[in-house]
Design a protein around this ligand. Structure first.
Ligand code: SAM
Length: 362
């Protein structure tokens, strides 16, 4: 377990600057000590959980089967996004699940964000392994990646790769990061794109947990510029969730890719779930000059065309979007529109939440 006071695991520049400053102050503050204890408790709980998984898992023939056994024993039941993401679909998960086909080949999510549906379905995405007694050819786990997750946000995709490939490294780094404004602002300045995936992952997860409202926002120079948040006692390192997500991501392709390129990779029988930046509710069917998160009306039209072409090729397609007139107009002819109710932040004040209608489209 890391000592939070040694600052080990922090990117070099941040460690040098922050280390000098933190060392010259009252570093053994109660807050740091209690964070350290909390992190240790989480790690201990996780070890205990894994021991239960190992004990309960039946004899296995390989890594994929082992992960499936862990899921069957309920250990992965808590698989959920490791970052909070704007437009995250955890609220809609029960509704979305109802419209996921019983059978599909590969799962493709071109606007992955926090990946709520992917993680919610991950128990179903394990490559199928035949029983150990079957002939050798039949025991091989499918070599084809079982899922493709894409997004244009390179740091986000590198974060997924860090969690998939080096989760213990990510956990160790996060264990040394502090819930403290000065430390946060130093971390924000780190030239993170020059670092490895595990470091990018720890950096992004830390800023997401500590920054205001879990926002990811950058300026024109791609510098992260979200202010320090007002969290009382944030869990910087949720080792259980990170390890569960890492298991879910094994064998998954992760790409920095535009949605149209990702869609080209779909084959008949695959499931493609599109969750684009939403059309603002105020946009009427005739108003086409809007932009939301760099995603304008023209792109929404292209997305509809891509989705329709996939459907016609025998690919299962599922989309979500707002219930703006513009969206209804785009899809009503060739798709089924299902109104669902989601609790969303409908006002800048965190206390003002309300149920609004959104669309699941297929
Ligand atoms: C609404 S969020 C997805 C939320 C996600 N379903 C979840 O549960 O957290 C939309 C995502 O699309 C990504 N994005 C925006 N434009 C894109 C494009 N042209 N191609 C691929 N991804 C894009 C954004 O970076 C963002 O992460």
């Amino acid at each position: 377990m890391h000592s939070a006071l040694t600052l080990s695991g922090i990117p070099l520049e941040a460690a040098q600057i922050a280390g000098r400053e933190v060392a010259s102050r009252e570093v053994a503050s109660r807050e740091v000590a209690s964070r350290e204890i909390a992190n240790r408790e989480i790690a201990n709980r996780d070890i205990a959980t894994r021991e239960v998984a190992d004990r309960d898992a039946p004899a296995r023939a390989g890594g994929a089967v082992s992960a499936a056994a862990a899921r069957a024993s309920g250990v992965d039941g808590g698989c959920r996004p490791f970052v909070k993401w704007a437009g995250g679909k955890r609220q809609l998960l029960p509704e979305l699940r109802r419209y996921v086909p019983q059978r599909f080949e590969r799962y493709i999510e071109p606007f992955v964000g926090g990946g709520a549906l992917f993680f919610g379905l991950s128990g179903r995405l394990v490559p199928v392994a035949a029983p150990v007694a079957a002939p050798a050819a039949a025991t091989a786990v499918s070599a084809a990646p079982r899922a493709l997750l894409g997004d244009v946000n390179e740091r986000l995709i590198r974060t997924y790769r860090g969690v998939r490939d080096s989760v213990e490294d990510v956990i160790e780094r996060l264990g040394g990061y502090l819930h403290e404004a000065e430390f946060y602002y130093r971390m924000r300045e780190v030239a993170i794109d020059e670092r490895g995936d595990a470091e990018v992952a720890a950096w992004l997860i830390y800023l997401n947990k500590i920054g205001f409202n879990g926002l990811y926002r950058v300026n024109r120079q791609n510098r992260f510029n979200v202010p320090f948040g007002r969290h009382k006692n944030p869990t910087i390192c949720d080792a259980i969730t990170l390890r569960a997500c890492s298991r879910a991501l094994q064998g998954v392709e992760l790409e920095v890719i535009d949605f149209e390129r990702a869609a080209e990779r779909a084959q008949p029988g695959d499931l493609v779930y599109f969750d684009p930046p939403y059309v603002p509710l105020s946009v009427t069917s005739s108003f086409t000059k809007y932009t939301s998160d760099g995603f304008d009306a023209e792109r929404q039209v292209r997305l509809r065309d891509v989705a329709l072409a996939l459907k016609q090729r025998g690919v299962h397609v599922l989309l979500s979007n707002s219930s703006a007139d513009f969206v209804r107009e785009l899809y009503h002819k060739d798709f089924e529109l299902i109104e669902v109710s989601a609790t969303r932040l409908v006002n800048s004040k965190a206390t003002r939440r309300g149920a609004i209608t959104e669309l699941v489209i297929r």
